[in-house]
Design a protein around this ligand. Sequence first.
Ligand SMILES: Cc1ncc(COP(=O)(O)O)c(C=O)c1O
Length: 472
Amino acid sequence: MKMRLLSRKATCNTHGQDSSYFLGWQEYEKNPYDEVLNPKGIIQMGLAENQLSFDFLESWLAKNPDVAAFKRDGKSIFPELALFQDYHGLPAFKKALVDFMAEIRGNKVTFDPNHIVLTAGATSANETLMFCLAEPGEAFLLPTPYYPGFDRDLKWRPGVEIVPIQCTSSNNFQITEAALQQAYQEAEKRNLRVKGVLVTNPSNPLGTTMSRNELNLLIDFISDKDMHLISDEIYSGTVFSSPGFVSVMEILNENNSLKDQVWDRVHVVYSLSKDLGLPGFRVGAIYSNNDTVIDAARKMSSFGVVSSQTQYLLSAMLSDKKFTRNYITQNQKRLKRRQRMLISGLQKAGISCLESNAGLFCWVDMRHLLQSNTFEAEMELWKKIVYDVRLNISPGSSCHCTEPGWFRVCFANMSEQTLELAMKRLKAFVVELTANGCSQSRTEFSSWNSKRKSLPKWVFRLSSRDREQEEP
Ligand SMILES: Cc1ncc(COP(=O)(O)O)c(C=O)c1O
């Protein structure tokens, strides 16, 4: 089809699909590990899924068979659920969801169900907020490293520009006043009007929670510069170690003068994709104290409503306080155990990671395994890990990290046995690599050169793009 018959949106490449983050998933799909059917396949460690607590959800469903059968008090409510629902959402579900969000925050904050908009996941929530807060060509500042999906969510359809707030390992990737000011000046240099800052707390990919200090810094900054703050708190229920989770809403509640200034410019994004492990259900939300934003976002949510049967099922589940309390605690315990397993497996391979207390992944330091301190070397190492070690992990460059050699490694989307195998493979690889002085080895992991010819074109495109980026 001739290109000019299609829209610019359909043919532009700002979707970000050619990032190594998504391309690693494609490689995994071609050769997925299976204990029995494909024991030499690629183990997926690039997907932030929480599969650790399905048994709790399934046992709740078994104890409450009426809910999944669309019955209330033994009577069918099928027609009620099947008929048209408007975009306001079921009141019972909105109430159950805000109460669940409060519970995750230790009930230190409460949320008003009238200030919540339901969306098809956090993806839709973030995009909808962009449509509400910015014109195409305006900018948001995002601390690096950041979740690669934001390139798609902010840039593709809303046309918003992302200006990175450069965070580094020197202070464990924390946001500083200097980094904020530098990003703002960079936007000014590029003639971009900055409409806000978007953070993820807890962070994807770092697996860390924000300190009160950072949150106060952010609030002062948006207050001073007259802009918005979006806090994507999709991982808020995964915090398994101290320090505990502090929501930006808690900081606002504690400081009345700040609250007056920025109350209607702070917006929280949430979703059940991570805390309940239900990305397939597509349940997300925007919480805001800004009536105009809520009103506009609610109208826009027509494009991605949450189905009424999903809302019905989850309103029953989340209203069961005994269940939610137990689920939150047990899920966090399991995540903690997994994180420990990953850390100890990495340690055995001589690899360390950023100290973390949340999330479904660790931010792993493989700088010592690079042949040079470049993104090209990071890509070379990543290709070996995907094709030879057969682990799909996400290179830091796909998260816009400014230092080569960091990787995000997920731990909650597989069994303990698979995680153990992954660590065994990694250890064998590192032993061999270091025995060869970090050079191309000739034995088990040496298939890289022979495979090179059959590699997809994007691998080479990525390498040459990195080269271009390094040139002054
Ligand atoms: C920080 C962050 N925001 C949003 C999303 C998208 O979540 P959802 O499945 O709810 O659309 C993800 C998923 O990985 C994420 O990590």
